[in-house]
Design a protein around this ligand. Structure first.
Ligand code: ADP
Length: 275
């Protein structure tokens, strides 16, 4: 199977007014297969958003190549197809909302690519359903809650039927309920075959993915199935990442010489075993 995203020895630096701008990404080698659910974590400035922007051709590598379904992002001829293959959902949904009704907002991208009105209706209906905004089609976006706005932004992306969706800190402005809904949408999109990449500050959220990539100072420091990562999750602390409470507790168990379970058990059980 051909990877849907390939980074081949990618180096990147921004063109800034400095004689020798720093490398923001250093020798990134990465293959992501169709249908994977990958999280990317790392502290501020580690290069996560830059990596995401390289993955849909918003930025081009300074050195190396980024390939999307075999198309190189620096190819002018393929760039529109690449942008349609890799959709992005950002942190602040306000920046992605353009129209005065939910329905028109979702239609906007379709109009841009010239989808006939009859087909549009069906596609919009499906997108609205996928994010649970049925009944809100005629509402004005600014009357929606933060979580609903983010769901609208997601609908605007998925209506274009991208194979890959990158969520760049898309949960970080939301309350716990809004956050949970977005995480559920990610999981459901992944079950329906979409490749999901979730950039997040929360290790807890990151562990919901099947594979986790840790960025640190522009380098990809760790790239591992999350199931295996539980075994050594305390290493995340080396990169100043928050470690979920379950894992902290688990680590204390390990230090006490308890046998490790093969998967994380619930917090209450762990607490009762320690105290
Ligand atoms: P993260 O998403 O992990 O917080 P970013 O990819 O946003 O990291 O940033 C990586 C580095 O690139 C940081 O040092 C940041 O200051 C720098 N950077 C990000 N965007 C720009 C830009 N448009 N121009 C110059 N430097 C930038």
């Amino acid at each position: 199977m051909e990877p849907i995203i390939q980074f081949e020895h990618v180096w990147f630096r921004y063109q800034v007014d400095e004689p020798d701008p720093p490398w923001v990404l250093k020798d990134i080698r990465l293959n992501i297969d169709p249908g994977e659910y990958v999280s990317i974590v790392g502290n501020n400035g580690s290069g996560k958003s830059t990596l995401a922007r390289l993955a849909n051709g918003l930025l081009l590598p300074t050195k190396g190549r980024v390939m999307i379904s075999g198309m190189e992002t620096s190819s002018e001829q393929d760039i529109w197809q690449i942008r349609r293959t890799v959709g992005m959902v950002f942190q602040n949904p306000e920046n992605q909302i353009v129209a005065t009704s939910v329905e028109d907002d979702i239609a906007f991208g379709l109009e841009n690519i010239g989808v006939p009105p009859l087909q549009m209706e069906e596609k919009i209906k499906n997108a609205v359903k996928a994010v649970g905004l049925e009944g809100f089609e005629h509402h004005e976006p600014h009357t929606l809650s933060g979580g609903q706005k983010q769901r609208l932004a997601i609908a605007g992306v998925i209506v274009l039927e991208p194979d890959v969706i990158i969520f760049d800190e898309s949960t970080s402005m939301l309350d716990p309920v809004g956050r949970k809904t977005i995480l559920e949408i990610m999981q459901s999109l992944n079950r329906r075959g979409k490749t999901i990449i979730h950039i997040t500050h929360s290790a807890e959220e990151a562990f919901m993915a099947d594979r986790m990539i840790v960025m640190h100072q522009g380098e990809c420091k760790l790239d591992e199935a999350t199931g295996r990562l539980y075994q050594e999750a305390m290493r995340l602390k080396e990169w100043e990442l928050d470690v979920p409470l379950e894992i902290e507790l688990w680590d204390r168990l390990r230090q006490k010489g308890w046998p490790l379970p093969d998967k994380i058990i619930n917090k209450e059980e762990l607490v009762s075993e320690i105290w």
